[in-house]
Design a protein around this ligand. Structure first.
Ligand SMILES: [Zn+2]
Ligand SMILES: [Zn+2]
Length: 103
């Protein structure tokens, strides 16, 4: 039996398997196109019947979570990356994409 039936869940929403040959991590990378915050997410999985459900969870910034050293944004309070035209994501553990140029 191969792991052919997969389902991905993020933020209470379900996403179909974009490509069965992609690893879970590659799917997560793929979803960062839509959800930049997934670049820093935890993955858990469970089985529902014969479907493996992979759930992505945003790391919460409350317990010493990431905080941008330049602008102070956090996962829960992202700033706007004007160059990318979307909320910032983490480039380094403490540097967001909106601030990477002023490095
Ligand atoms: Zn920043
Ligand atoms: Zn930011």
């Amino acid at each position: 039996m191969t792991d052919k039936t997969r389902k991905f869940v993020y933020d209470g929403r379900e996403f179909p398997d974009p490509d069965p040959s992609m690893s879970v991590d590659e799917v997560r990378q793929h979803l960062t196109d839509f959800f930049p915050e997934l670049s820093n997410a935890e993955t858990s999985n469970r089985t529902e019947g014969d479907v493996t459900v992979h759930e992505f969870k945003k790391r919460v910034g409350t317990k010493g979570g990431p905080c941008c050293r330049v602008c102070g944004c956090t996962d829960d309070n992202a700033c706007w990356d004007t160059k990318a035209g979307r909320p910032c994501n983490w480039v380094e553990p403490d540097l967001c994409s909106a601030c990477v140029e002023g490095k």
